[in-house]
Design a protein around this ligand. Structure first.
Ligand SMILES: Cc1ncc(C[n+]2csc(CCOP(=O)(O)OP(=O)(O)O)c2C)c(N)n1
Ligand SMILES: [Mg+2]
Length: 648
């Protein structure tokens, strides 16, 4: 049965003239044991909510996953698809892509992401089991990870968190083949990996990855463990290839005809390319339906479960009836009270309205809870052995946090939100990029969003981050200007089911600019906050903490007899989705001035060739915030002077 995987991997890589045969050939034995005896799944419904999750963290070995999906009889992964491995519109893409086939649990390829994502999946399982009970939620998370996965820093963060939380239903099979691209892993990787994981709180074992019974025994042991488990599977990369086995030569290139033929004859495989003999095909098909009975019983349990509707709603990601009513009440209160608060505090107020109303929201922070204002009073924390909480202390592990959140979102039934400083979004970028690519709802609260944070200085003052995320496809960046806009942006972030949202929030207090609570004006991305008194000569366009500076400038310009409009532009991505005429109306035909205490990269999109940008041109500095705004020329006076100068 394992030879079927090897043969298909060889054939598909040969046909594509590119790909990675070595890893599928080396891990075929362990994967066959795992799937044929341990993974709970039913090929007839790959999205069955209580299935075990399988993550191929070493995404370059994608043919291992595609072969398994094919052999176990999943629809949509037939021989024609395998023959089109790595071709346009094939579900069998170069690396596993979430959404290309329902049996692909997550996108992998950037090493380390898969294993870190799987920690979030295993955590989501525990959280949902605590909410809905074992009769609906009782499954495991299995991972195949390579040397590169375990070298990557994010896997260290994630493994440390998994060990701390004792996620005992998580098992990682390490493809311990001592080979990576540059050659022997001894070139760069001499840690005692098993001891390292043991120190994280994992239970560990080493087996011969080609000995089926030894692998089975280790997997049985893993199922009984009270800790997450790492099984080091000693394997030979490119197993069976006459000259390339055990070498980096089998890692990432077709074996070539001679070597491929040699590998097949070594395993006694004499079938034409892409042909699986009938007997083996049947045995694999049996594997594909092994979980059918378990799924049927589960469906019966679900049908009679008192929380059935709630479970089904949460799992498909539908928000509860009336979820936005407390938020609407908060907005009405803001309109009345006009609070002068930091937008991070306004975000906390929004969370106080949302978290009780949306039970699938699970928050957390990378050790900045008090600064990010991400927790809500009365919401208990998640702790080892206690998964009834809804707040996670991720520790100072931003990357692991963002990757685990992807896993929670992918698992379903959880809407994760996080917190850290905007500047440290750099530490989360690879995971945010995957959330964007996979269209996952992960919400990041990113506070201390400019030089406005003051004394902590340039290491802590983001300048380029917002621009860089505006450049990333399918990410929504929100930079609200006051408490009202913050509530509106939170509503939009939560509604957005098909991609990540980032909320860039101020440390410093900001005056209330909005007194209307009816329409969610941020929904159009940008809008005229104050219209000019006559035909517009200038339009001041600002975001976040700079909108009030622009507002004061507008007042001064109007007093000077220069009809000036004020535009708030909290979400560029939503604004870009509006029709041309709306955008033209908002931006106006007069002089356009952009104001944002960040790098101006990208602003020309709204300002045009004759516009003026007032913001940062380099890194910040350490000083009280009001001194910094003056020092860097981001002030009401500077805006007024620039407009006067330009208009003559
Ligand atoms: C973050 C990241 N860096 C680099 C790569 C490029 N890359 C692909 S596989 C690999 C290492 C291969 O070694 P290993 O992980 O042991 O896999 P094996 O060759 O054993 O299958 C590298 C560096 C990547 N995919 N992701
Ligand atoms: Mg390796």
């Amino acid at each position: 049965m394992a030879d079927c995987i090897r043969a298909l991997a060889i054939d598909a890589v040969e046909a594509a003239k590119s790909g990675h045969p070595g890893m599928p050939m080396g891990m075929a034995d362990a994967a066959t044991v795992l799937f044929s005896r341990f993974v709970k799944f039913d090929a007839a419904d790959p999205r069955w909510p209580d299935r075990d999750r399988f993550v191929l963290s070493a995404g370059h070995g994608s043919m291992l996953l595609y072969s398994l999906l094919h052999l176990t009889g999943h629809a949509g992964m037939g021989i024609p698809e395998l023959k089109r491995f790595r071709q346009l519109h094939s579900p069998a893409a170069g690396h596993p892509e979430f959404g290309e086939h329902p049996g692909i649990e997550t996108t992998t390829g950037p090493l380390g992401q898969g294993i870190a994502t799987s920690v979030g999946m295993a955590l989501a399982e525990r959280l949902l089991a605590a909410r809905f009970g074992k009769s609906l939620v009782d499954h495991r998370t299995w991972v195949i990870a390579s040397d590169g996965d375990l070298q990557e820093g994010v896997s260290h963060e994630a493994a440390s968190l998994a060990g701390h939380l004792a996620l005992s239903k998580l098992t990682v099979l390490w493809d311990d083949n001592s080979i990576s691209i540059d050659g022997d892993t001894a070139l760069s990787f001499t840690d005692d990996t098993l001891k390292r994981f043991q120190a994280y709180g994992w239970a560990v074992r080493r087996v011969d990855g080609h000995d089926h019974e030894a692998v089975a025994a280790a997997l049985t042991w893993a199922q009984r463990s009270r800790k997450p488990t790492l099984i080091a599977c000693r394997t030979i990369i490119g197993f069976g290839a006459p000259t390339k086995a055990g070498t980096a030569g089998s890692h990432g290139a077709p074996l070539g005809e001679k070597e491929a033929t040699g590998a097949k004859s070594a395993m006694g495989w004499n079938h034409p390319a892409f042909e699986v003999p009938e007997g083996l095909r049947e045995r694999w098909a049996t594997v594909g339906s092994r979980g059918a009975g378990a799924r049927r019983s589960w469906l019966k349990r679900l049908a009679n479960h008192p929380q059935r509707d709630e479970f089904e709603r949460a799992v498909v990601g539908k928000l509860p009836e009336g979820w936005h009513l407390p938020l609407a009440a908060l907005r009405a209160r803001h309109a009345e009270e006009k609070p002068k608060i930091a937008t991070r505090i306004a975000s906390q107020r929004a969370l106080e309205a949302l978290v009780p109303a949306v039970p699938e929201m699970v928050g957390g922070s990378a050790d900045l809870t008090g600064s990010n204002n991400t927790n809500v009073k009365g919401v208990p924390s998640v702790a080892p052995g206690n998964f009834a909480g809804r707040y996670i202390h991720y520790g100072v592990r931003e990357h692991g946090m963002a990757a685990a959140m992807n896993g929670m979102a992918l698992h379903g039934g959880i809407i994760p939100y996080s917190g850290t400083f905007l500047v440290f979004s750099d530490y989360m970028r690879p995971a945010i990029r995957l959330a964007a690519l996979m269209r996952q709802r992960a919400i990041h609260v990113l506070t201390h969003d400019s030089i406005g944070l003051g004394e902590d200085g340039p290491t802590h003052q983001p300048v380029e981050h917002v621009a860089s995320f505006r450049a990333m496809p399918n990410v929504f960046v929100f930079r609200p200007a006051d408490a009202m806009e913050t509530a509106e942006c939170w509503e939009l972030a939560l509604r957005r089911a098909d991609g990540p949202s980032l909320l860039a929030l101020s440390r410093q207090n900001l005056p209330a600019l909005r007194t209307d609570a009816g329409e969610n004006r941020c929904a159009r991305g940008g809008y005229v906050l104050e219209e000019a008194s006559g035909p517009r000569r200038a339009t001041l366009i600002a975001t976040g903490s700079e909108v009030h500076l622009a507002q004061a400038a507008r007042t001064a310009l109007e007093a000077d007899g220069i009809p000036t409009a004020l535009v708030s532009l909290p979400c560029w991505e939503l604004f870009a989705l509006q029709d041309e005429s709306y955008r033209a109306e908002v931006l106006g035909s007069g002089l356009r001035v952009g104001v944002e205490a960040l790098i101006g990269f990208g602003w020309e999109r709204w300002l045009g060739p004759d516009g003026i940008f007032i913001g940062m041109t380099g890194f910040g500095a350490s000083a009280p915030a009001e001194h910094l705004f003056k020092h860097f020329g981001i002030t009401t006076d500077a805006i007024v002077a620039a407009v006067r100068k330009k208009l003559g």
